[in-house]
Ligand binder design. Structure first.
Ligand SMILES: C[S@@+](CC[C@H](N)C(=O)[O-])C[C@H]1O[C@@H](n2cnc3c(N)ncnc32)[C@H](O)[C@@H]1O
Length: 216
């Protein structure tokens, strides 16, 4: 998103992670698991610290990397995280068990479109972090914004999708359809009457949405 030189400059300033997290980064690379970009996750963690988030809902655990980064950055927080892919659930369980943060993380196994009842048991959430199937962002937002605390914040990753949202011609029909959905979501989100939203061109594009005033 930024020019490449600046991108590497910023990444070069980010501190080394602990050995377990570094192992997870390698695992994700080898097994082609899409974990959040390093600069994007640093921005997310800083927002959570500023908000002093105590309860976080994550849609899209993958192998538990971002969940563990959040638990590590906010030792007083509780994180509920949803994943539907069996293999990733197993990997996430193994990594979380090996960490010092297992007591902070609740992994909900299943499709985020179907587990609202379970997730609701831990509500309200100070932060909802959406990082799952990009074509479903609006649905995730609609379902889980209901369980946000009154001054809560919703963070959505990948809203610029490698810059493709601003491309006029995209060859692949599948990618074109996905880009269309993300574009629709971005327009819907930035015009939402109940939220003030901003899109930061960091990582793969991070949208920050803050509830406006009191819940109606
Ligand atoms: C980009 S990865 C999450 C990365 C993770 N947040 C991180 O940065 O470490 C997205 C994950 O969401 C999961 N996913 C996608 N749609 C989902 C759904 N409807 N319900 C539950 N999980 C879903 C995928 O299986 C995938 O593992």
């Amino acid at each position: 998103m930024l020019n490449e030189k600046l991108h590497f400059y910023i990444e070069g300033l980010i501190q080394e992670r602990n050995p377990l997290l570094t192992e997870m980064e390698s695992y994700a690379e080898i097994h082609k698991v899409p974990i959040m970009e390093i600069a994007g996750i640093e921005a997310l963690l800083q927002l959570l610290r500023i908000q002093n988030s105590k309860k976080i809902l994550e849609v899209g655990t993958a192998i538990g990397y971002s969940a563990l980064r959040m638990a590590n950055a906010l030792p007083d927080s509780q994180i509920v995280t949803i994943e539907r892919d069996e293999e990733r659930i197993q990997a996430a369980k193994d990594f979380i068990k090996r960490s010092e943060h297992a007591h902070q993380i609740t992994l909900v196994e299943g499709d985020a479109l179907e587990v609202e009842e379970i997730v609701n048991k831990f509500a309200p959430y100070d932060t909802v972090f959406i990082d799952a199937a990009k074509g479903q962002y609006k649905k995730f937002f609609e379902i889980y914004s209901k369980h946000l605390s009154d001054d809560g914040m919703i963070i959505t990753d990948n809203v610029l999708f490698k810059g493709l949202v601003a491309e006029e011609e995209i060859e692949s029909k599948r990618v074109r359809n996905l880009v269309k959905k993300i574009n629709e979501f971005n327009h819907w989100l930035t015009q939402h009457p109940d939220y003030d939203s901003v899109i930061l061109p960091v990582g793969d594009g991070v949208a920050i949405s803050k509830r406006r005033g009191e819940r109606k």
